[in-house]
Ligand binder design. Structure first.
Ligand SMILES: Nc1nc2c(ncn2[C@@H]2O[C@H](COP(=O)(O)OP(=O)(O)OP(=O)(O)O)[C@@H](O)[C@H]2O)c(=O)[nH]1
Ligand SMILES: [Mg+2]
Length: 340
């Protein structure tokens, strides 16, 4: 390459990673709509469903109706097998349409037919492409499962498959929303979707902007390849109270996961221009202690040009132990307690 071509070449390469948020089935698609309303600049919003009426009502950029011949747009009636047949038929087209993005968030509420079947199916298909699929599963309230064995088996099978696949899994437990039980249900779902919005925004932001100690998409992918089943921990704290950054982030998490004694972690810290090296060192030291000297700790940081008193944490935490829904029904996930 001639030297004067380098600038053009770099400009072509250095664009932000392309992102898609893809809703699978009813609950997943509604959540995508909420995410977009909260603002995800540049991300493509897509809904996939077997239910034409539900698709029609959504405000998203792209809609995909699956199994048109077999199901005639009337939904799956909770039957995962027909959804899988429909997906199998459209396998190549789905893969082609979704693998053009670098980060693909796949959202589904577990328990029905469409989302539960498509989530592991598409996550697996996309793993053989350059796209990084990130499954987001909404786990039903315990009460929904305790009274319905077939639904429970449905959820269990899907979670099991996702956990065996490894990689980054964001399992948002409705049960953890019980702490907002003075609100009506639609508002509770909006609280959850706002939290999911922060998870998505933090992750995209981490790999998007160059940092002083850089974590890019390639760093994330190689960390995930080594870390098995992983999740995301996010939090914010005043610079004078950063020792509470990780405990608070874990305690407030709406995600369901079980930490091992010594997880692996990719930790990204963002602060203001005034964030000192000593504070960064203290935060990292605290994280090390919390994670009992982790198996692997990859660290990145970015200082904003302006001063601010807030430090923001984004951590991809790996080496998680699988947690079956059956087990989580007996003992609700409390990652804060696991380490106590
Ligand atoms: N509508 C809706 N349901 C939610 C939400 N969060 C979780 N759910 C639950 O998501 C689960 C799956 O429901 P749907 O998304 O309607 O199911 P589906 O994937 O469209 O599957 P089928 O309609 O059976 O083909 C149910 O247990 C819902 O109670 C949400 O934000 N909106
Ligand atoms: Mg549906």
């Amino acid at each position: 390459m001639r030297l004067e071509q380098t600038d053009d070449y770099l400009r072509g390469l250095a664009g932000s990673p392309s992102v898609a948020v893809v809703g699978l089935g009813g609950a997943g698609s509604e959540a995508v709509q909420d995410l977009v309303a909260l603002g995800l600049p540049g991300a493509r919003a897509i809904a996939v469903n077997t239910d034409a009426r539900h698709l029609e009502e959504l405000r998203v950029e792209e809609r995909i109706l699956l199994g048109q011949r077999e199901l005639r747009g009337r939904g799956s009636a909770g039957d995962r097998t027909v959804v899988l047949r429909a997906a199998e038929e459209s396998r190549e087209e789905l893969k082609r349409r979704l693998s053009r993005y670098e980060l693909v968030f796949l959202l589904a509420g577990l328990g029905g037919g469409t989302g539960s079947a498509l989530l592991p199916f598409l996550a697996r298909e996309l793993r053989s492409t350059d796209a990084l699929p990130i499954p987001v599963a909404f786990l039903p309230f315990h009460i929904e499962l305790q009274t319905n064995a077939s639904r429970r088996e449905n959820v269990d099978a899907t979670v099991d498959e996702l956990e065996r696949m490894g990689g980054l899994l964001l399992a948002l437990a409705n049960e953890k929303l019980r702490r907002f039980d003075t609100l009506p249900l639609p508002r509770v779902f909006r609280v959850r979707n706002a939290y999911l919005h922060s998870l998505v925004a933090n992750l995209v932001d981490m790999v998007d902007h160059p940092s002083q100690l850089n974590v890019d998409l390639a760093t994330l992918k190689s960390h995930l390849r080594r870390s098995g089943l992983s999740t995301l921990v996010i939090g914010e704290q005043h610079v004078s109270e950063t020792d509470r950054l990780l405990p608070q982030a874990l305690g407030e998490s709406l995600l369901d996961f079980r930490l091992p004694d010594r997880p692996s972690a990719l930790v990204h810290l963002e602060g203001g221009a005034n964030l000192t090296l000593r504070t960064l060192g203290d935060i990292l030291g605290a994280i090390r202690t919390w994670f009992h000297d982790p198996e692997e700790l990859v660290f990145g940081t970015r200082l904003r040009p302006e001063p601010t008193e807030v430090v923001r944490l984004t951590a991809v935490v790996g080496g998680l132990r699988p947690r079956t829904v059956r087990e989580s029904l007996r003992t609700p996930a409390r990652p804060d307690r696991v380490l106590a």
